[in-house]
Structure formats: structure tokens, C-alpha cells
Write a protein that binds this ligand. Sequence first.
Ligand SMILES: Cc1cc2nc3c(=O)[nH]c(=O)nc-3n(C[C@H](O)[C@H](O)[C@H](O)COP(=O)(O)OP(=O)(O)OC[C@H]3O[C@@H](n4cnc5c(N)ncnc54)[C@H](O)[C@@H]3O)c2cc1C
Length: 460
Amino acid sequence: MDYDVIIIGAGPGGIFAAYELTKLDNGLKIGVFEAGNELKDRKCPIDGEKVKSCINCKSCSIMSGFGGAGAFSDGKYNITNDFGGTLHEFIGKEKAIKLMNYVDSVNLSHGGEGTKLYSTANTSIKKICMQNKLLLLDASVRHLGTDINYIVLTNLYNELKEKVDFHFLTPVKHIRTMSEGGSEKYIIVTDKGEFTCSNCIVSVGRSGSKWMEEICSELKIPTRSNRVDIGVRVELPAELFSHLTDELYESKIVYRTEKFEDKVRTFCMNPRGSVVNENTNGIVTVNGHSYEDPAKQTRNTNFALLVSKHFSEPFKDSNGYGESIARLSNMLGGGVIVQRFGDLIRGRRTNHKRLSDSFVTPTLKAEPGDLSLVLPKRILDGIIEMIYALDKIAPGTANDDTLLYGVEVKFYNMEVKLDEHLETSHKGLYIIGDGSGVTHSLSHASASGVFVAREIAGQQ
Ligand SMILES: Cc1cc2nc3c(=O)[nH]c(=O)nc-3n(C[C@H](O)[C@H](O)[C@H](O)COP(=O)(O)OP(=O)(O)OC[C@H]3O[C@@H](n4cnc5c(N)ncnc54)[C@H](O)[C@@H]3O)c2cc1C
């Protein structure tokens, strides 16, 4: 079958590319190929009773399917160039912010109206952070929450499925190039047949990272290794952070350690949220989310503390390094390990007794253990320093009962060589979203989809 545009991957990048293309040009024949399921059929079999841990489904319902990795996320759309990707380096800061605001308006018109937009502008918290050697990054954040995010995705799907051919459970195996009438065309190879197009948008996210590397190598598209972020998820009583989360929802705070001058930062803050498992290629790491609906909220707030690791020659495999650390925690704990901060400082493991005596009730069932046996000293020292720094702006952060879950790893795709149109050296082949290494957030990935759709429609 012949399409004008084929989109590979139905995460935020792919969805927003399809959305914008259908808005701009009704006549285009668009096909979306997605390795995972339709949203309503995305169900992780882990129920805590019959299935307690990951059974390595052929397609992981948490990471794959309509909505991509973000489908069951907290739905925090950060509107900023300060973090979440480097889209602005390709398209300019002003345009990037405009596109993120546009994405926000689409989300609002598809079920997100009434959700709150938080902002760091004019907050006194910035000064308090500075006084304590902490830097609060600037951002506006729309918090949809896991529940409203699902509604927005459902509404977008219902609208799109009338105008776009969706091919679910159809992972693309190869992209081949062919020349027709002097211009390049693409053959998309799947188990269900071959499809052609003149423009191909690849938006395969983190779950498609290994495949993306193969495709870049086959099509001779240069790539560069990226960083990996390693750390823990912190969980504590919501009251301790409420002065930050009530005003800002998510505060991205950076600390430079005294010992190594490494930067440690907070990431993905979930007020009154839950800590969850995340499965990346069979390796169980930790993450968090929260609901907008008060009935689903917990008494705890969680956030990650991460340290970025970049490697120079000769070692290039930063993701492999992160995977090895996560594997070590899986080996010792059978999955994610939880430890009380007090036990970590005293150099002893947390056991079931100490955990059950704790004043903080964990929201994730993880194995009590010792994170110092898993995390490299330099990373662990940085995290401990940052917990004491945060204790100054949110007293109680360094309490003995503060829970640390490990490990949290943020894998980044290698950076694909793209021009200012997010186009590869092959005319009409665009790589967007997290799969390109350019973005690592919902808002940046979605904005990159809108940008490329406008490029293809010639309406920038
Ligand atoms: C638990 C969790 C919580 C998160 N919370 C937030 C948050 O609150 N805020 C935020 O900004 N970010 C968050 N993120 C990150 C965010 O989800 C991603 O940055 C975003 O989804 C990237 O969008 P994408 O379209 O680039 O890729 P993805 O969302 O990863 O989508 C890629 C899609 O491509 C499909 N695919 C892969 N390979 C192929 C192939 N060969 N053929 C066909 N299809 C393929 C996959 O199945 C997937 O559905 C979270 C991530 C997780 C896992």
C-alpha cells in the first residue's frame, strides 16, 4: 500500500505529527505503524496477586501502544527549554516554546481543560533554593495527571482514527530507500507486508532505541552516544514538600556536590503519588506517577534524584552502564530495592522489620535491601549530599524514615544526526521524539511531531 506519510510509533511524537498533518492537509494519506496495542487494550498483566513481576510480554503495555511511554505517566507537560530535551537547538528557543504551548492548547481542547498550569515565575522558592546552594530551573508545567492524560489520549485517538490508518501490533522491521522520479521514497517492511511512502516520520521513543541504532547503521545515518542518568526515587510524607508542590507542582532543582562537583537534580516529582516499577527491555527500574483525582492520591510525595553520566573514548555505551547497575539491583533484590535513608547512612541494610516500623508507608512493594551495594560510590555520595541540601529547604527530607528506591535509570537514545528540519541526510526521512535523542519529555516529543508535520505540509 502506498502512503503519502508513514509515521512509525504512536507515542506523543507520532500522535502530534499525525494530528497536525490531518489539520493542515486533509488530502494526505497517512499510515501509523505501532508495535504495541490500541490504548484500550494496553494492560500490564502484573496484578500483584497471580502475576507479581514482569513476565516479559512480547509488547510491553507500559511502554508501547497508542500513547507511547507516556500513556500511563503522570502527564506532566513541562513548557520550558531548560530541560526535557534540546529541541530549541534545532528550531530556536521561541519556536520551541510556541510549539509546546500549542501542544498544551490541543491537550486542553481534548479533555485537559480545568487542569492546572503551575509556574516558577515570581516564586520566592527560587531565592530560598539559591540561599542553600540549590538552583530552581524555570518552567511552566501543565499537570494532566494519569487519569486526565488517558482521557486526552482517548479523545485524540477517536478523532484521528477517522482520518489515519492505524496498524497496531505491527512493529516495523526495516526501512529501505528507493528512488522514484529522481526523489527518494521509503519502503516500510513489517511482518504484515511492505508499505511505501514519500515522507517517513520515525518516532519510536526509548523502547525503540536498539532498533533505531540498527536502522541508522543500515541507512548510514551518523549517531553519537548520549548520557545516562542514574539515581534513586525518594519517597516521603507529602507534607514535607507541600510548600513546594502546592505552588510549583514539580520543582526541578539542581545541586552541585562539594565532593566531586557533580550535578544532582530532582526529576519527575509526584505529589501525593505512587512509586511504580518500570520495565525496560526486561530490566526492572523504578519510576513514579500521581493522579489528579484526590480519591486516588496517597499520603506520600515521590521524586527522583539523578546524576548524569557521560562517557568519553573509548567507552561509549552509557546505556549499557546504566543497565548493568539496574541489573545488579535486580540480582540482589529480585527487582527494585527499597532502603530507609537512616539505614543507608548507618551502613546497614533495611530489612522487613525496620521497614514495617518506619513512619513512611511505601507505595511500592519492593525488596528491603542495601543500595550501597548497588550504586557506585560517587553517585551515592552525590545523592546523600543532595538529600542534606534539600533538608534545608524542606526540613525532614533527611529523616531516617525517608525511603529510597533503587535504581532509577533514565536511558537516553543516542543522538541521531539531524538538520534544522529534524530531517536525516535522506530527503523526507525525519526522526523525532525521544528516539532521535533530541527530546526526552512529553512536551518536547509532541512539539517535535507538530514541527515536522508543518515541515512536510510546507506550513511552518
Ligand atoms: C512511567 C513514565 C512516566 C513518565 N512521565 C513523564 C512526565 O510526567 N512528563 C514527561 O514530560 N515525560 C514523562 N515520561 C517520558 C515520556 O513518556 C517520553 O518522553 C515520551 O513518551 C516520548 O515520546 P515519543 O513519542 O518520543 O516516544 P514513546 O512515547 O516512547 O513512543 C514510541 C512508540 O513507538 C513504538 N515503537 C517502537 N519501536 C517501534 C517499531 N520498530 N515499529 C513500530 N512502533 C515502534 C513504541 O511501541 C511506542 O509506542 C515518562 C515516561 C515513563 C516511562
